[in-house]
Design a protein around this ligand. Sequence first.
Ligand SMILES: [Zn+2]
Length: 301
Amino acid sequence: MKSLCRVLLASTLALAATGSAPLAAKVRIMATVFPLREFAAAVAGDRGETELLLPPGAVVHTWQPRPGDIRKLAECHLLLFIGANLEPWLPGMVKALPGGKVRTFEATEGLALIEGDEASGHDHGVMDPHVWLDFELDARIVRKIADELSLIDPDGRPVFMANAEKLIARLRDLDAKFRNGLAGCRSKDIVLAGHGAFGYLARRYGLVQTALYGLSPDAQPRPLDLMNAVDYCRRRGIRTIFFENSVAPDLSRTLAREIGGRILVLHAGHNLTRDEQDRGVGFFELMEENLNSLRDGLGCR
Ligand SMILES: [Zn+2]
C-alpha cells in the first residue's frame, strides 16, 4: 500500500509538472466519518481506494490520532472531513503531516449550518456538524466530492460525474421515503439519550430533537437534565426514548423506566462498530433502520 501511494504521489507531481500525464493508479482517499467514506467509494468507483481514518468504534468527537495515523494520512491524495469542529484533533494532525501535501475537503464549507442551541438547548453559539443526516445536503456534498476527484484524476471526470448522479438519485429516494414515512405521526418528539446528532434530520422532516448530551458525547448530562427530560416526556405523553448503538444503553433504560416507556436504537452513523464493519453494513441500510425506528417510536401511520 505504501509503495502504491508513492507511485500515486509521483504521478500527481508529474501531472502538475507537465499538465498532461494521466494518473497511473487509483486515487487514494481518506475520510474521517463513515458517510463520507461511503459517498467517496460510490463516486470514485474502480478509480479510487477509500479508507476510514478512525478504527472501528472510535468516537470522532474525542479521538486522538497516533503517529501511525499521521503517516497513513500523509500517503494519500485526498482527505475528506466534516469540519465545524467535529474533528477538533484534525488541525494539529494536518500540521504534523511530513513533507507531502494532501488535498483536504471540508464537507460543511458553504452549507447553512444549524446552531447548537436551536437544536437542543445546549451548545449556544456552536455549530452542529452532523450535516450527513440531511440527505439534501449530502447530495451537495457528493457533487463536490466528484469535483475534488476530477481535479486529482481529470480522465476520471465522466465516471465520477455519472457515479455522483446515481448516488444523488438514491439520496433523493431516501429523502422521499423519510418525508412520506414521517408524515402523519402521533408524535414529533425525538427524545435522545445521547448527543444531539439528529438536528438536521429533525429540521428537514419537521421533528423536534431533545438530546441529553448536547452536540458532543463527551459531557455527561447533569441530574437536572435527566429530571427535566423525565418531566418533558411526562407532560407530552412521550413513551419512547431513542439511544445510539455506540453508547451503553444504561441512561436510556433509566429514563425509559422513569416514564414507563421503552428504548429504540438510532444510528447517527459517524463510524461503524467492528461487528457492523464485518457485516458490510452500508449508509443506506443504517438510514432505513433509522426510519423504521422513528416510524415505530413516533407512532406513524
Ligand atoms: Zn456526533
